[in-house]
Design a protein around this ligand. Sequence first.
Ligand SMILES: [Zn+2]
Length: 322
Amino acid sequence: VFWNQQVEMLPRGDMAAWQSYKVEKVIERVYEKNAIYKERMAELGILPKHITTLHEIEKMPFTTRRDVAVNYPYGLLTMPISGVAYIHNVQDTVTGNTAMSYTRNDMIMWAELIARMLVAGGVNVTSVFQIIAEPEEVAGKFSMQYGLQQIGATLVPQAIGSRTDMIQMIHDFGVTAVFSRASTIVALAQETGKIHVKPEELPLQNIFCDMQSLSERTAEEIQQAYGIRPVGIYGMFDIWGMGIAGECHCGKGLHLQEDCFYPEVIHPENGQVLPIGQTGELVLTSLTLEAMPLVRYRTGIMCSLDDSPCACGRTLIRMIKT
Ligand SMILES: [Zn+2]
């Protein structure tokens, strides 16, 4: 089942053409509308006209979380604040505060990406969805509700309180799908005895976990406890939210939303772009974000990419976590 079959099954050649077009546009945008990007590009002697093919993006400097923190809150905007509809901010005294700004169109994009990701993982209009997130995971969940609204699923109140309260809520509200950190959902399975049910007796059908929290071992623990294979999804808790990539039922990696994010895998030390299939650090360029596009953002995530056909029919490239 697809949310947006046209995009999710776009032939690879058409996707590359779209990405190439959007990369040119985003580089023009940051050069013309943001002084920091313009200055950095000038230092390297790069003009937007020097980047006309997809792989020429390699000429552009990377951006990092530090850049976002140093230029907090509005330094990386490409428009006046009046064009911004929503700001997502994470206070972090150690690594620096971050604030990400989004236009109305940007929020519509997130809703679309979340809807695609959740539908690929089994959510539909009959789903009763609950977000079980730790306080610091607020960015990962901000966009979830918009995607759920698109699908028409039911979003129940967020679980707060003790773990027993959380499991009681899943039971009482008839929750069929959750987004949770893997360790939390494992811990919840041990609480079910306190409300006199077995984990497999809960109405749960779909368990979504942030990819970074989901190891092979925790995935097995979840499968054993609930009889459900967890679905890995990818996003960030401080920069961009969940929705960048998500698993389909094939479990062969996470389909990356390539029409909105152009992926590269680089050698983490020398920054060289690695061929498809090799493991390195994931670098993402936002292709459609308007307010605060990031070019060649270093995610810090180690993975490889796989563009071979997937049995689900999606042509979107897959991230394979290592
Ligand atoms: Zn697939």
